[in-house]
Ligand binder design. Structure first.
Ligand code: GLU
Length: 485
């Protein structure tokens, strides 16, 4: 069999959406599994909306996700250039061929005329499609229209009364009627080809064997197939992967939270977790397992386990996966990812000294079980930084006013101050000693001490907190809080 060649062909028109990343990943997994080639092509023919900045974002996000490309922008390859605006000469050659063979024609209809036609069809309850006014113009008509100053588009002549049938690798047999398609523009009046045309030339000339892309392109496929046929190119296999819906089953949008890869990166998600999560958006391996390394995904991924029905973006599942990968990565990695968030909260000043980092990593180790993504570290670590203790509730403050508590606080202050150095065993000894000597239940010691030091009834491991805060900060907090009640 010929080598499998797949591509990811983003339009660089804005943030890199999570859905685009999923398409890239599915293609990449296929290429890696089959030992084929993965191509990155930039579809920038929408001159107004495309930008180099967006292209750079996409490439950076792909690299971050570990999705590398064998051919394409930046790396080159035998079928370049790989940016559509650098291929305009090529497209012109094929347009000339299509015009010469009668598969395409110049259309001089103005925007206004086309809009009037559309409205008239809609008013009659018809599906709008080009009526064919310029389909059969003679040379003389063309000269006259050009003399009026009209700049023509190039329209593809869609064969009439033809069923366009193909076997979609995800959706099975799909069929369209050519009469429902209508002659469509392939080159705009400014000479720039439209997506449906450029994509065919590129996929054919780049020898793409499998076109795997989002479901929203399914309705473009019949237009693309008639162009393949007119030019005598072999058809690639097509596979349209389902939409991504939010948990409320409406199309994923900003309302559902972060939608771009960059946002997830900034929030402190790990690429391995995102890759694992994206792979499961529409693909389901056999069995119950959900955690897959990149290598496992490569060896297990297959299109026949890609579902037709929409994928649901479950952010709780993403958080669960990310928490797993974060814990596996360890406190040093979590700390690094958390730094910008801790700096933004005003808890640290960057860059950290070696000692500060070592201290912070220990604090992160105390709270890491509660962190799903690194941005949450700021909230969980707050008690390590806020020396001005604020009570979370009146109830919390009231606990410290209990008649049993002042002797506890006095003993704690005295015994802690007397310790030569703080370590887990010594601090534990102090707290246990107070429980024993004052003959109180643990609830009269541990929770009040915690409230006095943090203002909260619950939180990270108390002994570790005390050790990491150090004697001076603990005693200072205690003093301030006791004055405040
Ligand atoms: N440029 C198109 C997009 O970003 C590519 C569609 C395709 O893969 O054919 O949606």
């Amino acid at each position: 069999m010929n080598e499998l060649r797949v591509r990811f062909a983003p339009s660089p028109t804005g943030p890199f959406h999570i859905g685009g990343a999923r398409s890239a990943l599915f293609n990449w997994l296929l290429a890696r599994r089959e030992g084929g080639k993965f191509i990155l092509r930039i579809e920038d023919t929408d001159l107004e909306r495309s930008s180099r900045e967006s292209e750079e974002n996409i490439k950076e996000a792909l690299r971050w996700l570990g999705i590398d490309w064998d051919e394409g922008v930046d790396v080159g390859g035998p079928y370049g250039p790989y940016r559509q605006t650098e291929r305009l000469g090529l497209y012109r050659e094929y347009t000339a061929k299509l015009l010469a063979a009668g598969h395409a024609y110049h259309c001089y209809c103005s925007e206004d005329e086309l809009e009037a036609e559309r409205q008239a069809q809609l008013a009659k309850g018809e599906t709008p499609r080009y009526g064919g006014r310029c389909r059969c113009l003679g040379d003389e008509d063309r000269r006259r229209l050009a003399a009026e100053g009209r700049k023509p588009t190039v329209r593809f002549r869609v064969p009439e009364g033809k069923a366009i049938i193909f076997n979609d690798l995800v959706r099975g047999t799909v069929s369209f009627e050519s009469s429902g398609v209508g002659d469509f523009v392939i080159v705009k009046s400014d000479g720039i080809p439209v997506y449906n045309y450029a994509v065919v030339l590129d996929d054919a000339l780049m020898r793409v064997t499998h076109v795997i892309r989002a479901e929203e392109h399914l309705s473009n496929t019949p237009r693309q197939i008639v162009i393949y046929e007119a030019l005598g190119f072999p058809l690639p296999a097509f596979g349209h992967i389902s939409l991504i819906l939010g948990k409320d089953r409406t199309k994923m949008s900003k309302r559902h939270g972060a939608t771009s890869v960059e946002q997830y990166k900034c929030l402190g998600y790990l690429p391995a977790a995102i890759v694992n999560f994206l792979a499961l958006l529409g693909w389901a391996p056999e069995g119950e397992e959900e955690i897959f390394s990149r290598e496992e995904l490569i060896s297990r991924f297959s299109l026949d386990r890609v579902a037709k029905n929409p994928a649901v973006f479950d952010v709780d599942k993403l958080n669960w996966l990310n928490a797993h990968y974060l814990r596996a990565a360890g406190p040093a990695v979590i700390t690094e990812l958390a730094l910008p968030h801790l700096a933004a909260a005003g808890y640290v000043t960057l860059p950290l000294s070696g000692n500060e980092r070592a201290w912070l990593e220990q604090a992160v180790a105390v709270v890491q079980e509660h962190i799903s993504y690194a941005a949450q570290a700021a909230e969980h670590l707050a008690v390590f930084f806020k020396d001005d203790v604020a009570f979370e509730s009146d109830e919390a403050a009231a606990i410290l006013r209990d008649a049993d508590i002042p002797p506890v606080m006095a003993a704690f202050r005295e015994r802690l101050a007397a310790l030569p150095a703080l370590d887990d065993a010594a601090v534990k000894g102090v707290l246990k000693g107070i429980v024993k000597d004052l003959k109180l239940g643990g609830n009269k010691v541990y929770m009040p001490v915690r409230i006095a030091l943090t203002g909260q009834a619950h939180g990270p491991d108390l002994i570790r907190l005390i050790v990491l805060l150090g004697k001076d900060r603990v005693l200072a907090r205690l003093e301030k809080t006791l004055k405040a009640i």
